[in-house]
Design a binder for this molecule. Structure first.
Ligand code: NAD
Length: 264
């Protein structure tokens, strides 16, 4: 086949439905010639993910819940026995109790702090360790982050702290795995209406605000995130690791945001 990912095999974790960022990445990777493997979280998502995977000739490696080590063992064992090796892996997984994605960060509970950091940050490290032996020829690991890691965003709260930890872990993982030829990067996507985003308070307002203030005067699509992902997963980016790459219509470079947005 042709494309920048021709002859490459990769896993994409985090497809929930066709609005998922992981789905935009899967489509772009497939378009660029990759052979894909996917998982779903629980039976509720199985029936959504199966037809999507099928439409890209992707293999389903079953149920994966990052809080359930048995499911992690099962997925990686199956990938090892069926594929033997992989070239890339996408982690598009995050979670926090919706009740804490509104109001004040200072009120975050210990329980939800632990759960959010575990699912949204530690899982990427856990997955990187499990992927390393499958990447004997080198590879590319990619996760998804948000500007709320760098700056305070209303309602993002504990998820901002989790993303800050995730971004730091991208750098530590890049240092650990670089000698094995494994690159580790993150895409910092602008706000996109997805299942996960619907848990964030005032999300429609955040979308409008970004549209009004971003240099390109628009929000980003999952296809646009997919394009940047294809590059980071491919040998075109072979000199890039430890990087947080923004796909946000340039929102993050604007220092002085407008106060009055006529259409907000
Ligand atoms: P989504 O709801 O489509 O995807 C989130 C995925 O996380 C789902 O597939 C869900 O099954 C999975 N997940 C949650 N808990 C899990 C667990 N315990 N085990 C396994 N999987 C689990 O939403 P999305 O917006 O596409 O989110 C993908 C990634 O992109 C997340 O890391 C999110 O923080 C990040 N992101 C989203 C936006 C946005 O505005 N939507 C912006 C920047 C970054």
């Amino acid at each position: 086949g042709s494309g920048i990912l021709a002859g490459k095999r990769g896993l994409i974790f985090g497809v929930a439905n066709k609005m998922s960022i992981a789905w935009g990445i899967a489509q772009a990777a497939r378009q660029q010639g990759a052979e894909l493997g996917m998982t779903y979280q629980g039976d509720a998502l199985k029936k959504r993910v199966e037809p999507l995977a099928e439409s890209l000739d992707a293999k389903i490696f079953g149920h994966l819940d990052v809080t359930d080590p048995a499911s992690m063992d099962a997925v990686f064992d199956t990938v090892k026995s069926e594929w033997g090796s992989i070239d890339f892996l996408v982690h598009a997984i995050a979670f926090s109790d919706k009740n804490e994605l509104t109001g004040r960060y200072v009120d975050t509970s210990a329980e939800n702090f632990k759960q959010s950091l575990f699912i949204s940050c530690y899982s990427f490290t856990d997955i990187a360790r499990r992927a390393e032996p499958l990447m004997a020829e080198g590879g590319s690991l990619l996760t998804l982050t948000y500007y709320g890691a760098e700056k305070v965003m209303p309602h993002y709260n504990v998820m901002g702290v989790a993303k800050a930890a995730l971004e730091a872990s991208v750098r530590y993982l890049a240092a650990d795995l670089g000698p094995s030829g494994i690159r580790v990067n993150a895409l910092s996507a602008g706000p996109i209406k997805t299942l996960a985003a619907s848990g964030i308070g005032d999300f429609r307002y955040i979308l409008k605000w970004n549209e009004y203030n971003a240099p390109m005067r628009k929000t980003v699509s999952i296809e646009e995130v997919g394009g940047a992902a294809a590059y980071l997963l491919s040998p075109l980016s072979r000199g890039v690791t430890g990087e947080i790459h923004h796909v946000d219509s340039g929102y993050h470079v604007v220092g002085m945001k407008a106060v009055d947005a006529p259409d907000i």
